[in-house]
Design a protein around this ligand. Structure first.
Ligand code: FAD
Length: 145
């Protein structure tokens, strides 16, 4: 079964805050591990950006569930690509914040990848979204090390 990555952006409902995000992440962490799905989630300025990696059928099934979730709306797939290896294999789901703590490291990543510090996930091209997630994940791992 081929391995894929899927990246989508969506808009959070108004009542979504960091407590709701924490519920989503708790569930995702447990459920994704059982499906061998890995990835990362960004919650920024009322928008979500998420990357899911795993077997194609499992990622498709999860995306359909997520897309129907009432805690957000207008999901748009930015990228869906077959991959030979995972880049987020260490996380069943990890929040990699962007502007909740807009450190200089994160500002620099936004400037380098997007050419601006203003991040609107739904406006990203697929390759930009992927590069941004990779760079934020790298920063997150270096902070945790
Ligand atoms: P059930 O638990 O049966 O719920 C049915 C529906 O009720 C859900 O689809 C949702 O619309 C709604 N719902 C569920 N819980 C709540 C709540 N606390 N408040 C309000 N509405 C609720 N799940 C994963 O397993 N892995 C992920 O990586 C993942 N990422 C997500 C990213 C985002 C941005 C969002 C919004 C949700 C994510 N979820 C993820 C949760 C996912 O959408 C489903 O809620 C979850 O998979 C449970 O699916 P279910 O069909 O069993 O739903």
């Amino acid at each position: 079964m081929p391995l894929i990555r899927l990246i989508y952006a969506s808009v959070a409902r108004e009542n979504v805050d960091f407590d709701v995000l924490s519920d989503i992440l708790d569930h995702a962490d447990r459920a994704n591990a059982s499906q061998h799905i890995t990835g990362a989630l960004l919650f920024t300025n009322g928008h979500f950006l998420q990357i899911l990696e795993g077997e194609r059928a499992a990622v498709n099934a999860l995306y359909l569930r997520i897309a129907a979730d009432r805690r957000h709306h207008t999901p748009e797939i930015l990228d869906c690509t077959q991959i030979s290896a995972r880049r987020f294999g260490d996380w069943s789901m990890k929040h990699i914040g962007a502007d909740d703590a807009l450190t200089e490291g994160r500002r620099q990543i936004l400037r380098e990848v997007l050419g601006t510090e203003r991040l609107v996930p739904a406006a990203l091209m697929g390759h930009q979204a992927y590069q941004l997630l990779l760079a934020l994940a790298k920063l997150e791992r270096s902070r945790a090390a």
